[in-house]
Design a protein around this ligand. Sequence first.
Ligand SMILES: *[C@@H]1O[C@H](CO)[C@@H](O)[C@H](O)[C@H]1NC(C)=O
Ligand SMILES: *[C@@H]1O[C@H](CO)[C@@H](O)[C@H](O)[C@H]1NC(C)=O
Ligand SMILES: *[C@@H]1O[C@H](CO)[C@@H](O)[C@H](O)[C@H]1NC(C)=O
Ligand SMILES: *[C@@H]1O[C@H](CO)[C@@H](O)[C@H](O)[C@H]1NC(C)=O
Ligand SMILES: *[C@@H]1O[C@H](CO)[C@@H](O)[C@H](O)[C@H]1NC(C)=O
Length: 313
Amino acid sequence: MARNLVSWISVVPLLILLGVAVTTDPLTELENIAGKLVFYQMEGNATYVRDTGELASEVPTETMFELFDPQKNFSTAKFTYTWDLGNGEVIKGTEPVVRYHYSESGNYTLRLKVGVNVTKYTPPITGDYSMDVQVLDAIKHIELKGPSDYQVSQKTSLAFHVDGSPPMCVCWRFLPNCVPDMTEDCTLTMLYENTLRLNHTFTSTGFHCLEISVRNDISKLQTSFSLYVRRSNNTHMFFILSCAAILVATFTFIIVIACLPRHHNKLQIASSSNAVFWKNENTDDQSSILFNFTAGKAEKEPLLLHYGTQYTS
Ligand SMILES: *[C@@H]1O[C@H](CO)[C@@H](O)[C@H](O)[C@H]1NC(C)=O
Ligand SMILES: *[C@@H]1O[C@H](CO)[C@@H](O)[C@H](O)[C@H]1NC(C)=O
Ligand SMILES: *[C@@H]1O[C@H](CO)[C@@H](O)[C@H](O)[C@H]1NC(C)=O
Ligand SMILES: *[C@@H]1O[C@H](CO)[C@@H](O)[C@H](O)[C@H]1NC(C)=O
Ligand SMILES: *[C@@H]1O[C@H](CO)[C@@H](O)[C@H](O)[C@H]1NC(C)=O
């Protein structure tokens, strides 16, 4: 995957508005310093080109000033770069690149002042560039907040805390008994806050898997939860009642057998079929969950990709 992302670098980077040099000497022919700002972010071995003005927080970032100088007017010039990151940090240097990271999400305006001394004797020319950047938190964790207990045939509302910057696109699906299902697509939901609520009715007991994929403009997280679904209290009641029914029937049978002549034996069948009837009540309601079309196919890459650990309830 990292290789895909690296190859993505070849995509044409963003052309920032061309800076206009302020010339202090009207005699100089060099009126403009043309160039663009290009943003890269590095995570692990992968490098991402950030050409939409969106950056991930806490990720090493590199901004490069690419000078447009086809006529080599500046080939012998000396450059100075003053980078104002917009978060209070100002970095000066003579290289057209700055390395930094934003530690907090938010909107920043990055400003670059380029100074060029064309010769030792001419006054410096300057160019000003700016770029609005939106810093987003990558999605790194999804935490199941509740409930801690799941019962079959009951409408369950699951709450999760998702830690990235919204808006986020969530796609989720339940796999009964954790059996992988290639035919079912996931249900797509937009999330505008950090709490995700999913409603589901489990149709059988045992372990069920919940697969969730969440993505925002700069990152993507895939995780799965394993949830144990137990028999519901209602079902329990039915079970108790059916046991009670069997006991009552059995006692009635014994009393009847003890008190009546032998040819009334057929009652036994009646009592056991009574018990069977109760057990049939026990069967789970058929409830259905609809899986809609997934938008996963049109995914925009590259995104910082994280895999959540598998959680068990
Ligand atoms: C570079 O110099 C040439 C003449 O030598 C001039 O015509 C041109 O405008 C200059 N380019 C810039 C970007 O100043
Ligand atoms: C980076 O690549 C090297 C070798 O190509 C590999 O050994 C290492 O595990 C990779 N690191 C990460 C974080 O992917
Ligand atoms: C450019 O020239 C100014 C004086 O005109 C000087 O102060 C500055 O150090 C020079 N910059 C470089 C990179 O040579
Ligand atoms: C940042 O700017 C975007 C639009 O560019 C806006 O939607 C968002 O609300 C802004 N965020 C903050 C924290 O101001
Ligand atoms: C889930 O149920 C709650 C009420 O229990 C409701 O507020 C919420 O909108 C439902 N969520 C979905 C995705 O249907």
